[in-house]
Design a protein around this ligand. Sequence first.
Ligand code: S3P
Length: 449
Amino acid sequence: MRIQPARRVRGRVRLPGDKSISHRAALLAALAEGRTRIANYSSSADCAATLRCLRQLGVKVGQDGAMVSIEGGGTSLPETPVAALDCGNSGTTMRLLAGVLAGQPFAATLTGDASLRSRPMRRIIEPLELMGATVRAQDGGHAPLRIEGQRPLAAISYRLPVASAQVKSCVLIAGLNAEGRTEVFEKDTPTRDHTERLLRWFGVEIETGERSGVADEGRATAPFVALAGRQSLTARDCFVPGDISAAAFFIVAAALLPDSELTLNEVGLNPTRTHILDTLNLFGLRALVANRREQNNEAVGDLEVRHNPDGLRLIATSEREYATLRGPVIAGLIDELPILAVVGSQIEGGLEIRDAAELRVKETDRISATVENLRRMGVEVEEYADGMFIKGRTSLRGAHIDARGDHRIAMAFAVAALIADSESLIDGAECVAVSFPEFFPVLESIVER
Ligand code: S3P
């Protein structure tokens, strides 16, 4: 994909339905009693993989564009799959579906593409085995995973070893088929809580709160989520708000290009996902939320973003001369760190990102991919095991970008290419389909040159 520099972005953008919410809505609808219609289901290849796997498990799934309908038959799935369930590139499909399979009276195999087969799965194998499932993995704890379910499972009280919404959701979903009360303690701050909100929407009673005596060193309390097993879910239609992680690329384009003005309609504004807005606000972003409302327990609104003529600044409260992102906020920004690294190259003083080693086990090693591509664009970057330092206020050079098959790297550098001095070429740009197949046409529709 060739990208020419742009003068500004203007107009209105409608985003695909949120990827995290779409996966969860489909999986929970399959476990509910009755028919659920899901409006604005994500157009991503990842969420299509979830529907494909559900069909292989005998669930009746209908689809008409972004409208998906699912006939749920309760927490016991209808069919033992004959072939392996292919999750494609989707970590969320594999980790959440593993939680469903753990409580079934049959065995099934989960597999995926080469990237997914290299990602860490011990983080879900450990709790699922504690609950009584048997999981066979490849050396190193990788997929394909053969899961022999157990019905009922045993409830556990589990402390997440990594701040991961996927692992939390896997355990909670398995907990639906467990005898007793399943509790999950988060590592520090709450990770995205879409599973909890949707479980409530489908009529499951869950408890959330803070408990003392279980937190990591240096913290008084830890957030927890708990549910009693063997509750039934009731089918109920839902609407998936626009994906804020997809919106992030356009928000940053508008923030970086002078005289830009964008409206992003019906974006999901769940507080566990809006750290990107808080962070960009600290850097000087001008964004307003209009028409805020709630739909199936999720906040939704229209975002109006303008370029700030004063430019992007470092965080004023820091006594350092550069901005820093580290600690618990990192989990809430995890998918936005590549595009924030691009922002870092434009802010006064630069940007340091730490405590982000998880980025190395995403669809690709996103620390290495971001550092390499920023350098190709002429940015001075220092790489750390858990992050990077990006020198600020750098004029970007048009460059040959290697997306390494990672959708978020391709989109982050497509935005960087808009502010470069000459054309950029993105290798492997088609991987954007993993989360946002319409990304390039939508980008072209708002770009002015
Ligand atoms: C997701 C959680 C995050 C995120 C991923 C989607 C989810 O992963 O990076 O894109 O839908 O729960 P982790 O939970 O592994 O951090």
